[in-house]
Design a binder for this molecule. Structure first.
Ligand SMILES: [Zn+2]
Ligand SMILES: [Zn+2]
Length: 397
């Protein structure tokens, strides 16, 4: 508990150390309102100007970084009613015309979002609307609906646009079905696949999309953007920038809904407790998380994200850094390598979960791989259990 109090105090300290916003503005994608993603926006603007948009893009980056916003802006830039009246070079959507507004509200007839729990065309229960049936993946029937709609001419827009949010959630059969549309895309469609882990997608799907990577902003730049564009005071902006891991959308969500802050506090309390916990307690925790996974994928992934942020802070502290600046504290190579291995274990667990490795197994391995913080004696180190799980094949030489 004292460790938690200490870490909370430390994080407040580092937030306060972040300098107030500098006068130079963070680029917003030339009017696209997508902050800090200049490369991705510039690439799409070039393609739009040249009339050479690909038929499929993979917008890759962590959730909350701006993938869906970028996808929506591209749809708006394509459909905006004011676009022609501006300069020939102007490919920024106006965000004010009826078309831009419809897309922003999610009600545009030519822009369809495909996500867990969405619509399908199949007759009879449990089909039609999977919102209420506890779907945990994007189903193949939803992709069949996409396939059918893609074959129809758009209502008013130049293209029919599908936003797959996110491709990480595609059932195996759904990804295979999508491949058909990607291989022979109907002329007037645009597929935008959002993905946290593009490497976990089938290579055949990946290779048929143009990849655009979105990366988190540096905390200072994000704090500046929030203060300038989101009407957040500077101290709050600095806190949000740190807690969101540099992701603009996540920062706004944390700001708008304090319950996310509560989730974060409880995630941090858990990780502090678990780093000192014994094998039995860790396996109990893995079991509890595995049971939550099928129904609460997003919140389990969010929990892992918070843990990742916590270990990243530990790593920075061990490197003598705080808030991107030297903290004056001594560096600690042992703690640094411990944090690095925890981060690697979290990455592996995340990839396993998204690749549909049995959740129980992925989470137990994670729990056993997380370093033990307050193991005071060598004896306890020796008692650390082997990571081979029941039912797992022993390693062959
Ligand atoms: Zn417009
Ligand atoms: Zn269905």
């Amino acid at each position: 508990m004292s460790e938690l109090v200490h870490s909370a105090a430390a994080s407040r300290g580092t937030a306060a150390e972040i300098a107030p916003p500098a006068p130079d503005a963070v680029p917003d994608g030339g009017g696209w309102g997508v902050y800090g993603q200049e490369l991705a926006v510039a690439s799409l603007r070039r393609a739009l100007r040249a009339g050479r948009l690909a038929h499929a893009y993979l917008l890759a980056g962590p959730a909350g970084v701006g993938r869906a916003t970028l996808g929506r802006r591209l749809a708006q830039a394509l459909c905006c009613e004011q676009r022609d009246t501006g300069a020939a070079e102007d490919v920024a959507p106006c965000l004010l015309c009826p078309s831009c507004r419809l897309i922003e509200s999610g009600a545009a007839p030519d822009v369809e979002t495909v996500s867990i729990g969405g619509l399908c065309d199949e007759a009879g229960a449990p089909h039609r609307d999977h919102a209420a049936d506890g779907s945990t993946r994007i189903r193949v029937c939803q992709v069949r609906r996409l396939e059918r709609l893609a074959s129809l001419a758009p209502f008013q827009a130049a293209r029919r646009i599908f936003l797959i949010d996110s491709a990480d959630d595609l059932q195996h059969e759904a990804a295979q079905a999508l491949l058909k549309t990607l291989e022979e895309p109907p002329g007037r469609t645009l597929l935008l696949l959002l993905a946290s882990d593009p490497e976990a997608l089938p290579a055949t799907v990946r290779s048929r999309c143009q990849l655009l990577r979105l990366t988190p902003l540096a905390p200072r730049a994000l704090a500046r953007s929030l203060a300038e564009h989101a009407d957040v005071d500077e101290v709050e902006a600095a806190r949000l920038a740190r807690e969101s891991g540099g992701r603009y959308g996540t920062a706004l969500r944390l700001h708008a809904d304090p319950s996310h802050a509560v989730l974060r506090e409880s995630a941090l309390a858990d990780i502090v407790r678990l780093t000192a916990a014994d094998r039995a307690e860790r396996l109990d925790y893995a079991d509890m998380l595995a049971r939550r996974w099928p129904r609460e994928r997003a919140s389990v992934l969010e929990l892992l994200d918070h843990w990742r942020g916590w270990w990243r802070d530990q790593l920075l502290a061990a490197a003598g850094l705080a808030g991107g600046q030297p903290s004056g504290a001594d560096t600690d190579p042992d703690a640094a390598s411990e944090s690095a291995s925890a981060l690697a274990a979290l990455e592996r667990a995340r990839a396993h979960l998204l690749a549909n490795v049995v959740a129980q197994f992925a989470l137990e391995v994670l729990m056993l791989d997380l370093p033990r913080r307050s193991a005071p004696t060598r004896e306890e180190d020796g008692a650390r259990p082997a990571t081979t799980q029941a039912g797992e094949q022993p390693n062959r030489p």
